[in-house]
Structures are given as C-alpha cells and as structure tokens.
Design a protein around this ligand. Structure first.
Ligand code: CMP
Length: 825
C-alpha cells in the first residue's frame, strides 16, 4: 500500500510537469503570461479529473500550507533573491522597505476596515483577511516581468517589495490570528507585536545571511566542483528556511532572502565562471518546476462553483484590495521619495499599483487557518476570489499596460541597432556567397540569385535606416549614439572581466552604472548632460564592509584589519578607474566609425565623444594621483592584474587544446584546477605593497631630520602607520582626540566652521608636515576637520609618545607650540 502511495505521488508530479511543459509551449503561442495560463489550465484540469479517473493521480497532490511553505517557497524565494541585483536593491531600499512594512500594515488596516463594513465579517477576521491578502506575490510578478522586458529598476522595486512583504504578511497574520482568537487587544499587543515583528524580520535576514556566508566560506576553501556547489546551494536555500523557522523562531522567508542575497552577491565574485553558469541554470530550472507545480495546483484546488455563493463579498474584497493598493502606492511612494533622494516616475507607480498580484502565499495562509476559525469559509472564498481576479485581470493586462506606458518600447537606438545588425549580417553572407561562387562547386545562377536576395535585404535595411533617420530629431539621434556608446562600454567591461583584467565585484559595479544610465536614457528620466556619469566607484561588498570597519575602528583603530580594508578599497578604486579609462578610449575610437555608418551629425558625435573623453581624463587623473603618491602600490595592483590576465590566458589555451582533442580531458581538468587555485590564491591575497617606510618620513620632517641613528629608531618605534583614502575625514572638528599626525605621502586639507559661518577651507598640508597638535597641546576638542585630498600615507603619534619624544628631540615641542599658535591665528 505504501508503495502505491509513492507511485501515485510520482505519477502526479510527472503528470503535472508534463501538463506544465505542454502548457508552456501553448501559452507562448497564445502570448499569455505563463503563471496566469497555468492557473487556468489547472482550473480546466480539475473539471477533467472529475470526468476521467485515469487523471486522478494529478489530483493526488494536495496544496497544503506546509507544501507551499516548506517545499515551494524556499526554492522560489532563494532563486529570486539569488538573481536579484543586490546593488540596485540597496539603492532602492527605502521605497522597497516602506512598501513592504508600513505599506503592508496600512493595506491590512484599509482592507480590514472596508471588509468589516461591507461584508458579514467582524473586525478580527476582517483584519486576518486584510493581512493575508496584502502580500504581493513575488512569483507571479517576477515571472511576468521577465516576459515583458520591463526596466531593471522597476523590476527590482516590485520584486524587492514582494520578497520582503511576504515575511511581513506572514508575521502580521500570525499576530492578528492570535488576537482574533481570544487574546485581549490592547497597547501591550501593539508593543510586543512590533518588537516581535522586528526580531522575526531582521533576525531571519541575519540567520540566512550567516548561513549563506558559511556556504561561501566552505566552498572557497574547497576545490571547486560545480555539482557539489549546486548541492550546497540547495542545502542553503532549505536549511536557511527551516533553521530559521524551527531553531530560531524567526522568519524563514527573510532567512532565505538573506541567504540568496549573500550567495548571489558574493558568489558572483568568488565562484568560477563555470560554477556560476551551473548555479544559474540549476536554479532557473528549479524555479520553473516550482512555479509550474504551484500555479497548476492553485488552479486545481479552486472550486469555482463554491465561489459563486460568495460573489457579493468577493467583489467587496476585490475593490477593497485595489483601493488599499492604490492608497499605499500613490500615497506612500511620493512621501518616501521626498524623504530619500530617489525619484519614482508616475508610470512606475502605476505599474506597481496594478502589478501587485496576489498568489500562493495568500492561498497558503488561508489554508493554514484552523477549521473552526470564525468565518473561515467566507475568508477562503474571498481570498481565492481576489487571487483569481488579480492573476487573471492583472496578469493579462500587465503586458499591454507596460507597453502602453512606453516602458518596454524598443528605443530608437534599439531599432537603429537592429537595422545595423541586418546590414552587417547580410554583408557577411554576401561575402561567403562570393567565395563559394569562385570555388565552382555551386551553380553560378543559384549563387547569383542568393546574392541578389542579400542585396535586396541590405537595400531594404538601408531604406528603413534612412526612414528612421528622418524620423529622428537631433535629440533622438543623440540618444541613439549614447546608447551605442554605452553598449560599447559594457562590452568592453565584460571582455576585461573575461580576460581577468577586473574582478567580478568591479565588473558588477561598472555594469550597474551602465544599466542605470541606459534605463534613464530610454525613459527620458534625465537630460543626458546631467546624467550622473561618474558613477560610484565603491562596490557594494566594500560598502557593507565599510560599516563593519567603522565598528572595528572603534575598538582597534590601528589594527591590521582597518589597514587591509583601506588597501582593498584603494585597489578596487584603482581597478575601476583603469577599466573606465580603457573602455572610454575604445568608446571614443569606435564612435567615429559608428556615426559614419548611421549617418549621425558630426556635431552630435563630437559632443558625445567629449563626454567620454572627459570621463577618461578624470579616471586617468585619479590613477595618476595614486601612482604619484603610492608608486609601489600602483605597481603591486598592476602586478596582480597582469598575473590574473596571464592565468586566464592559460585557462583559455587549455580549453582550446582540450576541445580540439590535442590533450586528453583529464589533463585539461588538472590544468584547469591548477589555474583555478592560483586565481583563488591571488584573489584572497591582500595587496600588501604599502608597507610604510618610516625613514622616508623622518627625512622629510625638519625636526626629525637631524636625529642620530639611535634616536631615529626610538621615534620609528612610536609611529603608527595609517593609509587614508582620498575624501576621508581624518579628524572631525569638535571631536575628542589627542594624537598628532605626520604626513608621509599625499595632501590633506583643513576645514573649519566658525559660529554663524559656512565651512571654510583654511589650509592644506603635504608630505613632511603635521596636524592635530592643537588638541594635543591644549587638551581641547579638535579645532577643525582635516580631510584627505589625495590618498594619504600618515603616521599617528599618541600624546604619551609625543611627550616621550620631547626628550629625544628637543625642537619638537617648540615646533608644535609655534605651529599651534600660528594656526590659531
Ligand atoms: P587640532 O585642533 O588638534 O585638529 C585639527 C587640526 O587642524 C589642528 O589641530 C591643526 O593642526 C589644524 N588647523 C586648525 N586650524 C587651522 C588653521 N587655521 N590653519 C592651519 N591649520 C589649522
């Protein structure tokens, strides 16, 4: 008997997958969104199962809350978080979190109130309904977005919200259910509820993040084998969910989100290309299976007949849901964007309003209500009604809506690009044909016919291109050129990464910047002169690390960790600037040819070239400044880059030899492994070339220059080296502090704010000079802010050290006193 249950389940799963695969083909033909289509197919299937008993295994799998939460959700959420662009998410975190937490609360309250007013539900159950129906479904929305090709930022806003608000909804639902089933409602519930929520939400994120990190750590210390790594990632997705729920009683959804974000972001820089591709393909397949099953099962579990008894309350629920969503999106977003400096276009807001589809989470929550919960049947009917309405009405109209709003339009640049591609391709075909006609193996009249076809196509494409050109205003033309320039830039970054010239983290940062400019260009968000081209150079991982470093600094400001971190940032900045300089040069050289082939006004071309020239000059300026102040460092970074390029070249050669059969596969595998290990070693090695050389400093500082050899050593022992990046505040006005800084390399500026005045730059110091003496001598707060203008190499001396050194170097005290007096003017 037991066996037959297994067989039925297997038959059920296989059968559903078969239906899903066939439906996928049919839905593509019908141009219907996949998820919506599957629900409809599921509904039809339910009717058929009643008629044909052979189909019964399909209905043997029941859609239970545990199935959704513990089997489907981890996969879907992990995949979504893994692929989410964490950098873009970080930039849009404020609106995303505002919608996911306060937005969800607001929506719960509005839906609850309306439903309590206009349906038989009492307030408690009405609020339960409000909570379970307010979470937008990541699956339905994300799948749809991929299909219609929505702008990247819009996708992140919606996807981010739906990932985070699942957790909020689940927690809120549990709290309200507890209250509604007896516990007295009062201020204490709100207080403990809020605390509980914060613990569950952020606790989950942290647990998942740690589990994800642990996986990365294990993998980066083991030999890489894609299959093992895929297995690890599966364990992480599920372990994050279950460990969070069962061992820590925090949100499993948030935990899986945390794990997915960490593995996706860190993995993209630590895994080899091979492993990354495997992981992506595996998770794409896993999500496809989970998606297919879940939506088919939703369809299969719905009983439309039963719903007809509740049409009144369902309509109220639908209207309440729409109203609440409208209020949350159109009310909260303008408010939040005013507080943070982001802007979210009204068209985006419209899509976010209409794109708040509801799905499996709502169904799972309803199913988890105990059978004796007041109004359970009515709540279930209303939830199902809203889900069907949102999936069918929303799902079917989303694509057209996005197109109508012009959010998925191919830009003029895309159109020109298509024509250009046709011309290039047809020209290549014509060349081949000419070659084979010479060989004499083919009938010349046939070749001539094919050639004539090519020429006609080329002529047509040229005509269409002319047409486009006539339709284009100069500003359109400018856009075309800009878009093409950005594509060249992006291709170059990819190439550099593939050749090992830049790391994955730097590549991601550069690509994101290109993406955002491209989106902005396409949607006319910004006048392109104003486009923020000098886009942030600090990779996200670094930014997160910066927060940690700040904490470490509080405990051990002189520690090795702080120094290493500074050097890593400097290396990333250097790499970033080198890439920008190189890519910008290629953009400029290629723009000329491009402009000629698309007939763009030379004036416009020159303006565009000037922008990239400027970027190049700025990047080179920054590289030069590092090279000037830290020549050893610059050559160490270059050495590392060159080694990486060499290793990548080696790997490519091995691949070529293996694929041509010149060396056996096992030998190739061995060589690949060696290269892989060498690359990993290189990545984990800090750039350590900034070992400071204190005697260099002593020679520059007047009061130390004349010291005897033995005294010099006593001074050197007391010096604590610091590397500070350009733009960092070394001293902040008003803070406590009593150490003296000596500049070994670089330039700093002094800014001071006097009462009723603006911050003013009062001085700059360079190598051989010192600052910070005033607070040291007078035991007062710092009198000014001192900022690194270039990257700097400094030495810090504590007050005790300075006082000891007075004995060794008598002129020190008077020099400090004199400076303090002059500077305080
Ligand atoms: P301290 O007050 O310890 O910290 C800020 C430092 O900036 C201060 O010591 C001086 O070294 C320097 N500083 C402050 N004001 C001036 C000024 N007007 N001109 C030059 N240096 C200054």
């Amino acid at each position: 008997m037991h066996e037959s249950a297994v067989v039925t389940t297997v038959l059920g799963i296989i059968g559903l997958l078969l239906v899903a695969a066939i439906a996928a083909i049919a839905l593509k033909r019908l141009k219907m969104p996949y998820t919506v289509g599957l629900v409809i197919v599921g509904l039809l299937l339910r009717l058929l199962v009643g008629q044909f008993h052979q189909l019964e295994p399909l209905a043997s799998i029941e859609l239970s809350p545990d199935l959704i939460f513990f089997i489907f959700l981890p996969t879907l959420i992990f995949e979504s978080a893994f692929n989410l662009n964490a950098r873009l998410l970080a930039q849009n975190l404020t609106p995303v979190l505002a919608l996911a937490a306060p937005g969800l609360l607001l929506s719960t309250a509005i839906v609850g109130a309306l439903v309590a007013l206009f349906t038989p539900l009492t307030l408690g159950p009405a609020l339960v309904f409000g909570a379970l129906i307010s979470a937008t479904d990541p699956v339905a929305v994300v799948a749809l977005f991929k299909e219609v090709g929505a702008p990247k930022r819009l996708a992140v806003l919606i996807e981010g919200e739906s990932l985070f608000n699942d957790a909020t909804a689940i927690v809120l639902f549990q709290i309200i259910v507890t209250v509604a089933t007896g516990a007295a409602f009062g201020a204490s519930i709100i207080g403990t509820g809020t605390l509980d929520f914060l613990r569950v939400f952020f606790g989950g994120l942290v647990i998942g993040g740690l589990i994800g990190y642990l996986m990365i750590w294990i993998i980066s210390h083991a030999d890489s084998d894609p299959l093992v790594e895929v297995a690890f990632s599966t364990v992480v997705a599920y372990a994050a969910f279950i460990v969070a729920e069962h061992n820590f009683h925090v949100s499993g959804v948030m935990s899986t989100v945390g794990a997915g974000l960490v593995v996706g972001t860190m993995g993209s820089t630590r895994f080899s290309k091979n492993v990354r591709e495997y992981l992506h393909q595996f998770w794409e397949y896993a999500a496809f299976v989970a998606n297919s099953l879940i939506f088919l099962l939703v369809g299969l579990s719905l009983n439309l007949g039963e719903l007809s008894a509740y049409l009144g309350p369902i309509s109220v629920a639908i209207v309440a849901g729409l109203l609440a969503r409208a209020l949350v999106v159109f009310g909260l977003i303008p408010l939040v964007t005013r507080l943070s400096s982001t802007r979210i276009d009204l068209r985006y807001q419209t899509v976010m309003f209409w794109g708040g589809l509801r799905g499996a989470v709502a169904i799972a929550l309803v199913l988890s209500l105990s059978p004796d919960f007041p109004f359970r049947d009515l709540i279930a009917a209303m939830a199902v009604g809203v889900v069907i309405f949102s999936l069918v009405a929303g799902g079917l109209t989303m694509g057209p809506l996005i197109r109508k709003l012009g959010l998925a339009d191919p830009s003029l640049a895309d159109l020109v690009g298509v024509e250009q591609a046709t011309i290039v391709a047809k020209n290549a075909a014509a060349e081949r044909l000419k070659k084979i006609s010479v060989s004499g193996h083919f009938s010349s009249s046939m070749v001539a016919d094919l050639l004539a076809d090519c020429e006609t196509e080329i002529a047509k494409a040229n005509r269409r291109m002319d047409d486009l050109r006539h339709r284009c205003s100069p500003s359109d033309m400018k856009k075309v050129l800009w878009t093409q320039a950005l594509s060249i830039e992006r291709t170059n970054y990819r190439e550099m990464f593939e050749h090992g010239a830049i790391t994955g983290a730097v590549l991601q940062e550069l690509e994101l910047a290109v993406d955002l400019t491209q989106d902005a260009l396409r949607l006319d968000e910004a006048g392109m002169e104003d486009a923020d081209l000098d886009r942030s150079a600090t990779p996200l991982e670094e930014r997160i690390a910066n927060v940690g470093i700040r904490l470490v600094k509080l405990v051990a400001p002189n520690g090795r960790t702080v120094q290493r971190h500074q050097l890593a940032s400097l290396a990333a900045k250097y790499e970033h600037d080198t890439a920008v300089a190189l890519a910008s040069r290629r953009v400029v050289t290629q723009l000329d040819q491009l402009a000629a082939s698309s007939g763009i006004d030379p004036e416009i071309t020159r303006a565009c070239e000037a922008v990239w020239e400027k970027r190049r000059a700025a990047a080179i300026g920054r590289i030069d400044s590092v090279a000037e102040h830290f020549p050893e460092f610059a050559s160490a970074v270059q050495f590392r880059t060159a080694s990486r390029i060499a290793f990548e070249g080696e790997a490519e050669a091995v691949d070529d030899l293996a694929s041509s059969g010149a060396i056996p596969e096992f030998a190739a595998a061995q060589s690949r492994k060696q290269v892989e290990q060498a690359l990993q070693r290189l990545a984990s090695q800090p750039v350590d070339a900034l070992e400071p050389e204190p005697s260099e400093l002593l020679a520059k500082v007047p009061f130390f220059a004349t010291l005897e050899q033995s005294d010099r050593k006593r001074v050197v022992d007391k010096l604590a080296p610091r590397t500070v990046l350009a733009g960092t505040d070394i001293i902040t006005q008003g803070e406590k502090g009593s150490s003296l800084f000596l500049i070994s390399r670089g330039v700093v500026s002094v800014h001071s704010k006097q009462p009723q005045k603006e911050f003013e730059r009062v001085a700059s110091f360079h190598a051989g000079q010192f600052f910070g003496e005033m607070a040291l001598l007078r035991a007062e707060p710092r009198s000014a802010t001192v900022r690194a203008v270039t990257d700097c190499q400094l030495y810090e001396l504590s007050r005790e050290s300075v006082e000891e050194l007075y004995g060794v170097c008598p002129s020190l005290e008077s020099a400090l006193e004199r400076a303090a007096k002059e500077r305080s003017g």
